[in-house]
Design a protein around this ligand. Structure first.
Ligand code: FES
Length: 333
């Protein structure tokens, strides 16, 4: 599974206890480290809130468990913590105050995009598995592909089935969904739903129609030229969904998510860096700025290369130039 480190933000409410239950189940399923964090504005009672949130994780036998107590504004501090700890996933509750917290996290994300966010809506019968049915929304863009890959990884690790939803032209939808399934679905049972209309509404309806308990969307790419992270589709889906919503950060990622042979853009101290993990597990970190004119390169999974979207320069995974116009390698960071 993609997440090696999960950060749970708790505020001591009943809603965040439900988020805690999901975070614990995910940490156990993926043998991930769980960091339970409470951000306080007033110290009195803060330790008690943290103790109460940690107890179920200890009871459940989560092996790698740590706690963090921070003072400040919840979303800011959680986003900072996620970056500092290189967490792949931040789990928060979608209960009371959810729009406010999510709004703050979204604001922070628009600058840093530190990790994926799972918004847990409330209590539900979770039976033996956290999620039984997952809706993954795609539009075929490279960023949506990353959300699809994470979604299928997650579904596989939890034994969930998937409904892949495409909203747009039916012919395009057939091609894209077939391609996505061929590349990412593996043995996961997958249905396809191709719809037309408002993307967020269709995704929500589709999730309700198939009884999905989790919707997975990318934070970018769902509506083409959205310039703002958490643009209309993910924001609308997370606001109106009755189940849980996982918003995958689809442009940058955490080092802990990289697998051998894979590259990705990471953010360190506000700077975008190109990170590649070689087959031996060695990490190569370079500037992500193309040496031609400074555009940010992107990882091309199919070609195992860094591509520059501006004028087509290509670099090897460790930054040497394959194609110009760039002539100099990506400098090590
Ligand atoms: Fe990268 Fe021109 S800036 S190819």
């Amino acid at each position: 599974m993609a997440y090696k480190r999960i950060l749970l933000g708790t505020d001591g409410s009943e809603a965040s206890a439900h988020a805690g239950a999901v975070a614990i189940a995910l940490a156990k399923a993926g043998r991930a480290e769980l960091i339970v964090a409470h951000v306080f504005e007033q110290r009195s009672g803060a330790e008690e809130i943290l103790r109460t949130a940690v107890a179920p994780a200890e009871e459940a036998g989560v092996k790698k468990l740590s706690v963090e107590l921070r003072e400040g504004i919840a979303a800011e501090a959680l986003a900072d913590l996620a970056e500092e700890k290189d967490a792949g996933l931040l789990v928060i509750s979608g209960g009371r105050g959810h729009e406010f917290l999510l709004g703050q996290v979204a604001h922070k994300l628009s600058h840093h995009a530190p990790c994926d966010i799972l918004i847990v809506s409330g209590p539900k019968e979770r039976g033996g598995s956290v999620y039984g049915k997952v809706v993954i929304a795609t539009d075929g863009s490279p960023t949506a592909d990353r959300a699809a890959r994470k979604g299928f990884d997650l579904a596989e690790s939890l034994g969930a089935s998937v409904t892949l939803v495409f909203v747009g032209h039916p012919k395009t939808g057939e091609l894209i969904t077939a391609d996505t399934i061929a590349v990412y679905a593996g043995d996961t049972p997958t249905d396809v739903s191709i719809l037309e209309g408002d993307p967020a509404e269709q995704i929500l309806e589709s999730a309700e129609g198939c009884g999905a308990d989790l919707i997975i969307v990318g934070n970018k790419g769902m509506t083409g030229a959205k310039r703002f992270l958490l643009g209309s589709v993910p924001a609308k889906v997370s606001e109106y969904a009755t189940g849980d919503v996982l918003i995958c950060r689809t442009v940058t990622q955490a080092v802990s998510e990289l697998r051998p042979g894979q590259g990705g853009i990471i953010v360190q101290q506000g700077e975008k860096l190109a990170a590649f993990m070689d087959d031996g597990g060695g990490l190569h970190v370079m500037s992500a700025k193309c040496t031609h004119m400074g555009c940010t390169v992107g990882w091309n999974e199919a070609e195992s290369a860094w591509d520059c979207p501006c004028h087509g320069s290509r670099y090897t995974p460790t930054g040497e130039v394959v194609n110009g116009p760039a002539t100099r390698p990506l400098p090590p960071a």
